[in-house]
Design a protein. Structure first.
Lengths: 416, 157
């Protein structure tokens, strides 16, 4: 069930939405027709740039700006990698787009590739979404059969191939350079940046990497214009966002809201508030890696800058609601177990630090915490933060620091 | 290592390799394909994949051991993978896991003696709105209270 502003999710309750006939009936592929009939690639890129479309995967980087880093003078192969790895705990919005509206994503892919001069796109879908990957592959075939993909898209000089590539259960592959390594058939070990993927990416070639929801916004930007898109959100952060709410609320699910909506409203209006007998204790606002907010810190705006101002991040839009009856040590224990399991092992601070933290947290959870353990967790987090190749180090350190600092008194109870 | 892959499987591997400018890039899709056909990835099958893609066997082995979905041992007919992350825990994932262990008489990571069920604890499956959830092979099941779990297990012949 969904409420709120509906642009991307407008027709999600239609069972047959994933079929190309339904997509066409709703005006699908009109943006691609419009672009190929009368817009230059540079014009498409400029429109997306002025729409202030920020990445929906976690980092919030402006998509048009990212595309503009691809060297245009280079006429060798360039690639688009669609990040459909969706491994951030608490996040499930891309699953809905992939399963319900695959052609919206395909149209977004085609427009992006047209704008940047790309002829091959790989959609990296998390391995567990096996059925969804198959359905998406079928949608790619439908699009090819109708001339929206292939050698000559809609009879133009623009050609595009799209391939589905399944991951195999490694959170780290949601990090863009680990995703590239994984796509090349290797372990998901992030690369040192620079060079950035826009210059040296997949197979050593210029590569754009965007999240599913980010690309799904492109058709409506091209069809309705940048001004329309900005109006739905904020001047530097346009459009709507799909939030996934989980935890003990009355109506867990996805909700599409304008960028800048209130977090309180998301939880208490759209997700229909706490279940009977449950009191709000804390909220993780943007996937597990986003530092926790206390119950009295949720009067904030859901934009990249709004959540950052509250000391957390909007991340992937996965909102995890925690109730009073849940001990924060159990949340912390899941967190440290997750990051120590998912650390790729490449950088010592992350590999050793996350495992060390998990050992300490397990001891506290078993009722054998020692005074000094929390300071040790802070020290370890501070030593991981900023000292790793990729953002997984920070993604582990910051939420752990958040819980330890904000719930110190609770965690210290019973310690000697 | 004795024998080759069946012809159909070799054809499948070659088809996947053709999607990429470098054959190694097909490794994950190829390993999924082989695992689906063979049930798990044996050392011999790793070598067969390596030979088909023109890779040193160690390149295949290091990938198989890095990714949690690749299995080096057989699993039961139904592979039950229970999410143990935060959203599912908030909805009783620990009780669900304990119930499954008791009901099947095995611990996490084990297979029933009749080879019917394997139970594994996994990280977030991306279905948090249906917490607590689990995967049976590739099928997602959510909202698993005691009754729903019984109905689910009862339906697995």
């Amino acid at each position: 069930m969904m409420t709120g502003a509906m642009v991307l999710t407008r027709d999600f309750d239609r069972e047959d939405l994933f079929r190309i006939e339904t997509y066409l009936e709703r005006g699908g592929y009109a943006a691609l027709r419009k672009a190929l009939a009368g817009l230059s690639p540079a014009q498409v890129l400029a429109e997306v740039k002025s729409a202030s479309l920020r990445g929906r995967g976690g980092a919030g980087f402006p998509a048009g700006l990212k595309w503009s880093f691809v060297p245009q003078a280079d006429d060798g192969p360039k690639y688009l990698c669609v990040n459909a790895d969706e491994g951030e705990p608490g996040t499930f919005k891309d699953r809905y787009i992939l399963a319900h509206d695959p052609h919206l994503l395909i149209e977004g892919i085609a427009l992006t590739c047209y704008a940047v001069g790309i002829r091959t796109a790989y959609v990296y879908i998390r391995g567990e979404y096996e059925h969804i990957a198959r359905r998406f592959e079928a949608a790619v075939e439908e699009a090819r059969a109708r001339g929206f993909l292939g050698e000559s898209v809609l009879g133009s000089k623009f050609g595009l191939d799209v391939f589905v590539h399944r991951g195999a259960g490694a959170y780290i592959c949601g990090e863009e350079t680990a995703l590239l390594e994984s796509l090349e058939g290797k372990r998901g070990h992030p690369r040192l940046k620079p060079p950035f993927p826009a210059v040296v990416g997949l197979f050593g070639r210029p590569t754009v990497i965007n999240n599913v929801e980010t690309l799904a916004n492109v058709p409506s930007i091209i069809l309705n214009g940048a001004a329309w898109f900005v109006e739905h959100g904020k001047p530097k952060d346009g459009g709507t966002r799909i939030f996934g709410v989980s935890g003990p609320v009355n109506r867990p699910g996805i909700f599409e809201l304008p960028v800048g909506a209130s977090l309180r409203e998301l939880i208490f209006t759209h997700a229909a508030g706490m279940r009977t007998g449950k009191t709000l204790k804390a909220v993780i606002p943007g996937g597990l890696s986003a530092p926790v907010l206390k119950a009295d810190e949720i009067d904030i705006l859901l934009s990249t800058d709004g959540v950052a101002a509250a000391g957390s991040m909007i991340g992937s839009g996965g909102v995890i609601v925690i109730d009073e009856a849940t001990p924060m040590i159990s949340v912390l224990a899941k967190m440290t177990k997750f990051y120590s399991h998912e650390s790729c092992g490449q950088c010592t601070p992350c590999r050793v630090g996350t495992a060390w933290m998990h050992k300490i947290v397990r001891r506290i959870a078993a009722g054998e915490g020692r005074l000094g353990d929390l300071d040790e967790l802070i020290r370890l987090s501070e030593n991981i933060k900023g000292r790793t190749l990729c953002p997984l180090g920070d993604a582990a350190a910051l939420p752990i620091l958040g819980i330890v600092r904000k719930f110190r008194a609770e965690l210290e109870r019973g310690m000697r | 290592m004795s024998g080759e892959f069946p012809a159909g499987l070799i054809e499948g591997v070659r088809g996947l390799a053709a999607r990429y400018p470098a054959p190694q890039a097909a490794l994950l899709p190829v390993l999924h394909l082989v695992q689906n056909e063979r049930g798990h990835l044996s050392t011999d099958d790793e070598r067969r994949v390596a030979a088909l893609l023109g890779l040193p066997p160690m390149k295949v082995h290091e990938v198989v051991t890095f990714y949690s979905m690749f299995r080096r041992a057989p699993v039961g007919r139904y592979h039950l993978q229970v999410c143990t992350n935060v959203s599912c825990s908030l909805a009783g994932a620990e009780a669900l896991a304990a119930r499954l262990e008791a009901r099947l008489g095995i611990r996490m990571g084990e297979t029933t003696p009749d080879g019917k069920f394997t139970l594994t604890g996994v990280e977030c499956l991306g279905a948090c709105e249906t917490a607590p959830c689990l995967m049976v092979n590739f099928d997602y099941h959510g909202g698993l209270d005691e009754d729903k779990l019984e109905a689910l297990l009862g339906g697995l012949a």
